[in-house]
Design a protein around this ligand. Sequence first.
Ligand code: NAG
Length: 213
Amino acid sequence: MNFKLIFFIVFSSLILSVFLGTCLVTCCVAAIFDCDYAHIKLLNSGGIYKCEAKNFDNQQQDDEITAVDGLHKAGKTNRDVQILIIENQVCHYLPSGMGVFFPKVYHLDVKNSGLKTITSDNLKTFPKLRHLYFRNNPIESLPEGLFQYNPQLEFITLDDNKIKQVGLNIFDSLQKLISLSMERNVCVDGFALQEEPLRELIREISRNCSVVH
Ligand SMILES: *[C@@H]1O[C@H](CO)[C@@H](O)[C@H](O)[C@H]1NC(C)=O
């Protein structure tokens, strides 16, 4: 046997495995979140800073965001972002710890991005959340305790999902809730604004969407 040939084979397979290993680690663990930043003018406010996700592709559960990328407007950082929009992206699961990068977000919009599930853990890092708009995704159930870390929620919109199950009393902790919209779902198709209609819709949801044991 040729010693040089053996050496060459061993050496090149070593290089190849190191290369593949590095590639796997960098490809699949790190999720980088890419933002288009903009100022938007809203009524009664002097401009709000927004991040709109781009090139987002998250098909795995329990991915963690390791960095946020994008060109900031002058003098701004991720700590100034108040509105976060994920629209027409691939977002089957919300990465955990997302809000850590955006501590001031009060408005979270995930629209038409294939979102399959939401958990209280996903929402835990958004303690200031007031508006949750998750429209046109294939969400099938809302687990018990979903909003336990988001007591400031005022507007919830879950229109055009596939919701057929809603955990018991998930809206009870939301003292500030003003409006709830769950139009065109499987077990519910309704919208309500303020006190009595809102209480009635929540009662109907618990009748229509409770898990039967
Ligand atoms: C609850 O289910 C009933 C019967 O399927 C349906 O008529 C009603 O519209 C549902 N309520 C809501 C709020 O969707």
